[in-house]
Design a protein around this ligand. Sequence first.
Ligand SMILES: NC(=O)c1ccc[n+]([C@@H]2O[C@H](COP(=O)([O-])OP(=O)(O)OC[C@H]3O[C@@H](n4cnc5c(N)ncnc54)[C@H](O)[C@@H]3O)[C@@H](O)[C@H]2O)c1
Length: 388
Amino acid sequence: MSTVGIGLIGCGNRLTEVMARVVQGHEGVRVTALCDVSDDALDLARRRCECPDAVVHQDYRDLINDPSVDWVAVGSWNCFHKEHILAALEAEKHVFSEKPLTINIEDCALLKKAIEEKKLLFSMGFILRYAEFYRRVKALIEDGVIGEIVSFEFNETLDFNHGGYIMQDWRRFRENAGTHLLEKCSHDFDLANWLTGSLPVRTASFGGLSFFTPENAGLINEIEPTEDGVPAYQTWQQMGIYTRANRLNPFTTEKNIIDNQVVILEYANGVRATFHTNLNTAIPERRFYLCGTKGTIRGDVMAGHIEYRRIGFDPGTVHEKTASGGHGGADGILADGIRDSMLNGTVPVVGLEDGVKSAVACFGVDKAMDSGQVVDLRPMWDLVDIQP
Ligand SMILES: NC(=O)c1ccc[n+]([C@@H]2O[C@H](COP(=O)([O-])OP(=O)(O)OC[C@H]3O[C@@H](n4cnc5c(N)ncnc54)[C@H](O)[C@@H]3O)[C@@H](O)[C@H]2O)c1
């Protein structure tokens, strides 16, 4: 069997973590080429992906045209996803890309057009779609356990150290990452699209930077450091290539993203929802609370707990336990899926169009937040040629 060669563009924390799981212990797939602007990242990729001899290309176009590369994997800053993905598709290479797809709607439309009529596989890094927790929630909905969904709440509230990381990383600038909603919660909006089987058509939102400001910088010293002496808000500092190199104070950094946001949504099928994100919490949650015509489901992937109950006088509540944590134990399952696409041509469960749908939902919400107006998303769906 011939080996599938993978070229990595943006060899940072996330992509090397995913690709290490794809290649480790599997003969048929290997990382053959690397491109990154950071030597630390290149070292990380060589170590994690066990590819000491991978060719390093300064220019991503050389990596894409490297004959050893069958699949291009993109893990660069979000603002570069479009050019990296587009070049790979034009060179007829299959693509795995981290979310979000792009940081503006014009680029979503461009990429959607670029893949149409091509016989290429495209896999999006919406890890939570692979998680047992969400697959179970989707199965319960499809089995009619709660009847038709009428309305729901969902959220993604982050541990304070995670928030501190975002506020010192490249992600704190919209020009690098897009908005916080797009960069972090595009997962949740993808899940909402998938669980409802619909797309949002009207939205309003309020958000702002209320906490990670210079006036609150002293709060770091009010909290006991960890047993290893790491200050509060800094325990994630080792995670990213940029944070490791720069070691900034998340309160005093310049930034243009929000640290809290609330959203209301109406979907094309009439379902209504609220969403909430906050980057400084003591009790992080990633929760769905779905109310249907015949029952209710409530679950938090961080706890790996799902409960559901039928409408009625004594139907009893069913409690189920699934894998827990921020990614719901799905990292290995995502890697197995990517490897299966690489080796067997299996169509990925989450593709480019899902990336467009999630991104456009986030663009609509943030347009509402920025303008202070209720936004009708239908003209935005027209721009990407998707019927909501
Ligand atoms: N699916 C998930 O759960 C998940 C989790 C974390 C991050 N991500 C996504 O992964 C991507 C990377 O995030 P990360 O946390 O690994 O950040 P990171 O800072 O650790 O890695 C980003 C890497 O991209 C490199 N880079 C930036 N611009 C480049 C360019 N023009 N050409 C080549 N390399 C370039 C940087 O040097 C760095 O090594 C982002 O798109 C992020 O949204 C996804």
